[in-house]
Design a protein around this ligand. Structure first.
Ligand code: GDP
Ligand code: MG
Length: 274
């Protein structure tokens, strides 16, 4: 019996807490809850984090809770933006592992299994990559895609960062690992994900990386990407990260990687397509 099945049979408390920070997500959120319900074979909870009581995602969550009792709604009162939504979600999470996920991203669902495998193998902090080891990026903003790919390539080669994709939002960790990060980014886009990758390495956490095929906004909705305001915040972390990582004793520390989709993983796909 695989460890996945052992855990599934042993526990009714969540093994994995999936955080979905959302701002006015309707269809994407509804579909993501269904996909996760179809794919996950472990005890999990989904913590949907909104920044206000008026958010359009709230009726979606409430309408699905009868069928999906694992879905919880958290209203982030720490301040607006993804960084505060993540902090509020981690505070509320009850699982052994916490996974930051995006409601409008479909592809990375199939990487969750590999991320958990790395966590079980000893990684404190597992990130995803769209830019190496078979990872890919499809859809989303063209400008955003080119900038993200170029910035991550440069950052990897200049700073000594261990991750080939430091800015992806999909990240898995334990609560004690998260507490070591002391996150301070301004609430601009997903800049906090970049800060997390840098600080996880600086904190000496055991790192893991899993390739994903990122498929952004397959079902529409509007991206929050705004070039002008984002550039400043991302540049800040680019320079700060380069300076601090170059000073750190270990440049490019070891990263555990897991790329293959197992035979059981292919079973997930079959289950979804039925
Ligand atoms: N709670 C919260 N969620 C947000 C915020 N900004 C974006 N999100 C959510 O984060 C996810 C990814 O954001 P998105 O705009 O698609 O970013 P992009 O993929 O980088 O263009 C979406 O589900 C958004 O609803 C925010 O300020 N607060
Ligand atoms: Mg998106």
């Amino acid at each position: 019996m695989s460890w996945f099945n052992i855990v599934r049979h042993m526990s009714s408390t969540p093994y994995l807490s999936i955080l979905l920070p959302v701002r006015n997500e309707g269809l994407n959120l509804r579909i993501m809850i269904k996909i996760l319900g179809a794919v996950l074979e472990i005890p999990y909870e989904i913590v949907v984090v909104c920044d206000s009581q008026e958010d359009e995602s709230i009726p979606v969550v409430k309408s699905m809770q009868a069928q999906y009792p694992q879905v919880r709604l958290v209203i982030n009162t720490l301040g607006r933006g993804v960084i505060n939504a993540v902090k509020a979600g981690v505070n509320a999470a009850e699982g052994k592992y916490v996974l930051i996920f995006a409601a409008d991203e479909v592809g990375p669902v199939l990487a969750i299994r590999n991320m958990l495998d790395l966590a079980e193998a000893g990684c404190d902090f597992v990130s995803c990559t769209r830019y190496a080891y078979g990872g890919r990026r499809l859809g989303g903003s063209w400008v955003g895609g080119v900038l993200s790919r170029a910035a991550n390539w440069l950052f990897y080669h200049i700073s000594g960062c261990a991750f080939t994709d430091a800015t992806t939002g999909i990240k898995l960790f334990t609560k004690p690992a998260f507490e070591k990060l002391n996150l301070q980014a301004n609430p601009v886009g997903w800049a906090v994900a970049f800060e997390m990758a840098i600080k996880a390495q600086l904190a000496g956490l055991k790192l893991g990386e899993v390739p994903i095929t990122s498929i952004d906004r397959l079902y529409g909705g509007e991206s929050t990407f705004r070039l002008g305001s984002w550039l400043r915040e991302y540049l800040h972390w680019f320079w700060w990260g380069t300076r601090e990582l170059r000073r750190a004793p270990a440049r490019k520390p070891p990263v555990m990687r897991k790329a293959n989709v197992s035979a059981e993983g292919m079973g997930f796909i079959a289950k979804l397509s039925r």
